[in-house]
Design a protein around this ligand. Structure first.
Ligand code: ATR
Length: 272
């Protein structure tokens, strides 16, 4: 039996076991995927000894994406660029790390809004945290000029600074200035999640046809997306990013490439 897990603290909220469990069942694979909660004081030792844990690999969630990246002996180029890993596996006895958040982000858009990147002009990214790092990296790879706006300017500057000439930084209050020329918009902040505040963005200035997405998926249609939809802009919710980022890990651990089907989406939606 091949074993994998999602590792975090806390980890009880993770939907990854539902996703991988669904694939294990539908593909009839003798595997196991579970949650592993690792206390912060044990984290360094846990990742240092991952190769002896009995796990073939796993997903890493908050707050261990950076620790996992550092602990790995082999890092995919994207992990080197953003300093965070969400997917681990053992190869030749050593720990290897990838970050599939960017792949999941792009695959979700490619699936739900084909042609979303046609213009590949300016992309507006709200937020500069861990999630934004993967999103910005993916957008630069797709050829966008990325405008990053964030409450804390220094964080936006640090992120934009990794992509000279391809990304710029400004304060969150400057959002409307960039919205007028944005061919694509994404919210990576926790604003708009249940119980959080809202985003001050005038959707009327956004060019017609620009795709708007959110990486938050609880609620599925965030206030950010609802405002965009009310203006007739095409929207893509963030749930598909979660589903698509899981594909490369499953493929590595269990040896079969799974598919993101409408049934899987319905299963996870019912659990939100
Ligand atoms: P994640 O890994 O999910 O991206 P994070 O690294 O804590 O989490 O980043 C959260 C993002 O939401 C940041 O861009 C944060 O802005 P700051 O860098 O200024 O903290 C943004 N954010 C969270 N709460 C916010 C609020 N009340 N107003 C504006 N931005 C907020």
């Amino acid at each position: 039996m091949i074993r994998a897990a999602v590792i975090g603290w806390p980890v009880s909220h993770s939907r990854s076991p539902l996703i991988h469990g669904h694939w294990l069942t539908t593909l009839d694979i003798d595997g196991d995927y579970r949650r592993v909660a690792v206390e912060p004081e044990r984290a360094d030792a846990f990742f240092a000894r991952f190769a002896e844990s009995g796990l073939a690999g796993g997903n890493v969630t908050i707050p261990y994406k950076e620790i996992a990246a550092r602990a790995a002996h082999h890092r995919e180029p994207v992990v080197e660029r953003i300093g965070a890993a969400n997917t681990l596996w053992i190869e030749n006895g050593v720990l290897c790390a990838d970050n599939t958040d960017g792949i999941g982000f792009l695959a979700n858009l490619d699936e739900r809004a084909p042609g979303w990147d046609r213009a590949s002009g300016e992309a507006l990214v709200l937020g500069a945290g861990g999630a934004a790092a993967a999103v910005v990296d993916a957008l630069v790879e797709r050829g966008f000029m990325v405008r990053i706006v964030n409450r804390t300017l220094s964080r936006a500057e640090a992120l934009a600074g990794r992509y000279p000439g391809r990304a710029s930084a400004d304060v969150l209050s400057a959002t409307n200035r960039y919205a007028a020329t944005a061919g694509f918009l994404v919210n990576t902040t926790s604003l708009g999640m249940k119980g959080e505040g809202t985003i001050d963005l005038d959707m009327t200035v956004v060019p017609a046809g620009s795709v708007v997405t959110d990486i938050v998926y609880v609620p599925l249609v965030t206030p950010f997306l609802a405002a965009a939809a009310a203006r007739g802009l095409p929207i893509v919710d963030g749930l598909g990013m979660l589903l698509h980022q899981a594909v490369p890990g499953f493929t590595r651990w269990f040896g079969h490439r799974p598919t993101v089907t409408p049934e899987l989406r319905e299963l996870i939606e019912a659990d939100l």
